[in-house]
Design a protein. Sequence first.
Length: 422
Amino acid sequence: MAFVSTFSQFCLFFTFLISSSIAQTTSFTPKALVLPVTKDSATGQYTTQLSQRTPLFAIKLTVDLGGQYLWVDCDQNFTSSTFRPAECNSEVCNLAEYRVCGGGFCSLYPYNPITNTATIGQLAQDVVSLQSTDGSNPGSIVIAQRVLFTCGSTSLLEGLANGVKGMAGLGRGPIGLASQLSSAFSFSRKFAICLGEMGVIFFGDGPYNFLPDNNVSQSLIYTPLFINPISAPGSFFPREKSIEYFIGVKNIKIDEEPVSINSTLLNFFDKEGNGGTKISTINPYTMMERSIYKAFTSAFAKALSGVPRVSPFAPFDVCFNSSHLGVTRVGPAVPTIDFVLQSPTDYWRIFGGNAMVQVKEDVLCLGFVDGGLNPGASIVIGIHQIENNLLEFDLARSRLGFTSTLYFQRTTCSNFNLTSNA
Ligand SMILES: *[C@@H]1O[C@H](CO)[C@@H](O)[C@H](O)[C@H]1NC(C)=O
Ligand SMILES: *[C@@H]1O[C@H](CO)[C@@H](O)[C@H](O)[C@H]1NC(C)=O
Ligand SMILES: *[C@@H]1O[C@H](CO)[C@@H](O)[C@H](O)[C@H]1NC(C)=O
Ligand SMILES: *[C@@H]1O[C@H](CO)[C@@H](O)[C@H](O)[C@H]1NC(C)=O
Ligand SMILES: *[C@@H]1O[C@H](CO)[C@@H](O)[C@H](O)[C@H]1NC(C)=O
């Protein structure tokens, strides 16, 4: 997989453009910000809340790791004395690859990946407020004066959790929320997500301290992030530059034994940008291209052949009678799954709690799904596999830091102390 070395230069350029057009006026300068996250039980989506506009108005948003930017429904109840539409041919308008101009104003195409729909909507700037953090608690509220976002429509909210009014796009592009907040407050171009029943998103530098007294920053393992040079597979717009987060999985091991898979599929292998491994907060379970899925599930079933199998339970194919499985601190006692990265000693290990899904009282299924023959990315690491793992996306250094399961450290993503110490 070819690493695109010009990425840092590309980003420096955009950071410069953005810092000149977003100002923050809070006297206190935060080192980092924090957003609390909740899992919506009906949809499984991760939602967060931030305040926008003047007067400030709290908006609930679905978190989209691979989304381009913040978009909100401007059709209903949008009033703000600080709303500023972006003009055609302005610096900020020209940052977006897909844009249209009308009446002198710039519009983009906000996208909902759950229904795979987009609408046209004005690009604009407005005040956004959220809480700072010292890494252990939320602190003072800070305000960024001109955060870019796009106006979605009410119809674009279809498929999103109840009460949600838009999406928080954390993609690596120039108008992603992470790039904008780091330029507004001049902190590192970095963010971290830690998702569970509850969870948190940090913007800026760590530490990341969870109760009872765990400095999770100490256990991060790093691996390069890759840019799909051609397009984001499955993206709505053809040839859109990849703003999603890809990692270089080289092979998969089960109980340290390699699974035999076609390694070509793990690279970006064709002119459409198919292939590779990306991380998503939209897919509920890790999805694999069919041949990888078949090899993976049969190797896992073989490694656990001593445990009675039971009938498949859609969307899963490999299910076991859980009364025959032990339980450990890190979940059901099943074979370990390793996504092997840049060298055989660098791997993301998945334990029982992130591998298995309880579907009935005595039935546990392997929580991975068949992506079919042409899924775009060959592996999409989904929500169930990243829960209670902290993932740090360092855009400046183009690397991912990951912890593996926090259960080993006797904490979870729900254990961030949300009591403000401001
Ligand atoms: C608009 O705001 C009013 C008053 O706060 C509220 O009653 C109404 O439900 C809101 N409408 C929508 C669609 O959010
Ligand atoms: C947490 O760990 C990081 C990395 O080892 C270290 O730099 C930092 O000082 C620690 N912070 C706290 C509050 O213990
Ligand atoms: C591996 O996958 C690539 C891409 O789909 C395909 O062209 C190639 O024939 C496959 N190789 C084998 C041995 O199946
Ligand atoms: C699981 O195994 C137990 C004990 O052998 C048995 O009583 C139970 O019916 C089994 N459940 C299923 C779903 O097969
Ligand atoms: C959470 O933080 C608050 C404010 O610093 C502190 O008073 C409280 O003791 C903390 N909670 C726990 C469980 O440590």
